[in-house]
Design a protein around this ligand. Sequence first.
Ligand SMILES: Cc1cc2nc3c(=O)[nH]c(=O)nc-3n(C[C@H](O)[C@H](O)[C@H](O)COP(=O)(O)OP(=O)(O)OC[C@H]3O[C@@H](n4cnc5c(N)ncnc54)[C@H](O)[C@@H]3O)c2cc1C
Ligand code: FES
Length: 529
Amino acid sequence: MPKEKGNGWCYILPMDIEEKRYKEKEGQFSGRPISVWLDTTPETNYKSLPGDIETETLVIGAGIAGLTTAMLLVEEGKEIVLIDSKRIASDVTGNTTAKITSLHGLIYKELIEKHGEGKARLYGEAQQAGLEKIVEIIEKKKIDADLTREPAYTYTEKTENIEKLREEAKAVRKLGLPASFVRETPFPFMQGAVRFENQAQFHPRKYLLAMAKLISRKKNCRIYENIRALDIVENEENILVKTNKGNIKAKNVVLATHFPFYDKGRFYARLSPYRSNVIGVRVRENLPEGMFYSLDDNTHSFRTQMLKNGRILLVGGEDHPLGDGASNAVKYLRNVRSYAKERFSLRFTEYYWDNEDYATADGLPYIGLSPKSKKIYLACGFDGWGMTNGTVAGMVISDMILGKGNPWVSLFDPSRKDLVKSPGKIFYGGLNFLKSKRPGSVGRKFGLPTGFQRGEARIIEVGGKKVAVYRDKAGEIYKLSPKCTHMGCSVKWNNLEKTWDCPCHGSRFNYDGKVLHGPAVNDLKEEET
Ligand SMILES: Cc1cc2nc3c(=O)[nH]c(=O)nc-3n(C[C@H](O)[C@H](O)[C@H](O)COP(=O)(O)OP(=O)(O)OC[C@H]3O[C@@H](n4cnc5c(N)ncnc54)[C@H](O)[C@@H]3O)c2cc1C
Ligand code: FES
């Protein structure tokens, strides 16, 4: 039996508590289905919209991009309204792993090849500036966000990948970033790594909730939760944003919605969605400092986080398309756990969750003026590196609104011609703006195929029509159109989270059809068959 050293004495922990404690059935995973960040911070309670309102700048979306933009503008005395369709910082940023680093896998050699040394250098400088901006905000505002400065590593376990790391380190050093190639790392299973010094990690919700509290106390800032923006009408004078609770008139609008639902730049063809899994596990080892990202198969990464009751190891990976088969959501989590188990002495899994991000056509995020617009800004396409990129978005967009110069405006310009480098497909489909009704009310009239189990979901054909059906544990039946309300792609069942996910552009809907994640702004239509 393995032993763990405590304060001067040894105690014994049984092997594989997890297997003994939990019996995982099909579609189940042990642990608690919530991110460590959401679990260790209070829920927010900002008001809903009081009716139609006006403001100078409306920021839509309160993740790291939206909140940083709002904060930087409020600090400059601008009048801001910030709205979110959910509670603030509870979507992608509430489910991240929060490594704050400019070391983004093996990106720099590729950026140099694709965009040239000058643009690759600008990208690196922007990321370092984003990192330092977070540190500056935390220090200036005295925010307790568990910030620690740590090295970041991109590592390999395969000798054949070592050359790639050497080349990346060489490329990165040319750009003036704090990199070195190292053979010695804190873990014996690593064959080598690119190491960046003095990077950082934090608790993203402690950071953003404190930020929101600070700005909401100012006269020039109002925050509203549970307001979904539905559409935008842009005039010469101002912009009208229609929401599910009223209209908001603004001079400037910032779309910090992870995917710009108001799409004037064919982002449906330029942003590629993927999901990725994270587990929070307790291990026997005393783990060293650092954030680790593997360049080998299935892009695993890990870091630790100190909690009140000790350190937890966060392991992520298994990037995959949305709606990737009915049973795969759980399979991916199990793969992450196997990855962790093969390398660490696991005690048990405490948390698990999954999350989504978008890659762009040319490897750079889209930050700045929305195409064909003079007053609408957007920020998206952070491709797994939104702590720095989301902060950079705040810096770029606030400078643009303030009329200040910013060195990264043209690099991240959302109107740049990048589709030539894109492997992405263009998806078409009908828009469907139908309101959701209470589901299940006609479920009893609906004949299910024999053997349709409680807890099961399928897309079945009824009278030549496709229907997305979910039967919950109590036997209640939810029947929906499988046609995504964004552009009409067919949604697929996610058996872990009990959601219908759209593989085309990343929209997600609850089992009862409610929108959970855009670009869709309308719920799935209830089927009356
Ligand atoms: C598994 C995983 C791990 C990651 N780990 C890291 C990491 O270690 N380091 C790193 O730098 N990055 C990481 N990332 C990436 C990073 O988490 C994201 O890029 C970043 O959080 C995105 O921030 P955001 O503000 O754009 O989006 P969000 O945080 O999702 O904010 C957008 C907000 O807009 C709201 N919204 C959407 N539509 C509407 C609408 N119509 N009306 C009103 N509000 C709306 C949403 O409710 C949401 O709150 C990771 C990503 C994944 C998937
Ligand atoms: S069709 Fe675009 S997200 Fe579904």
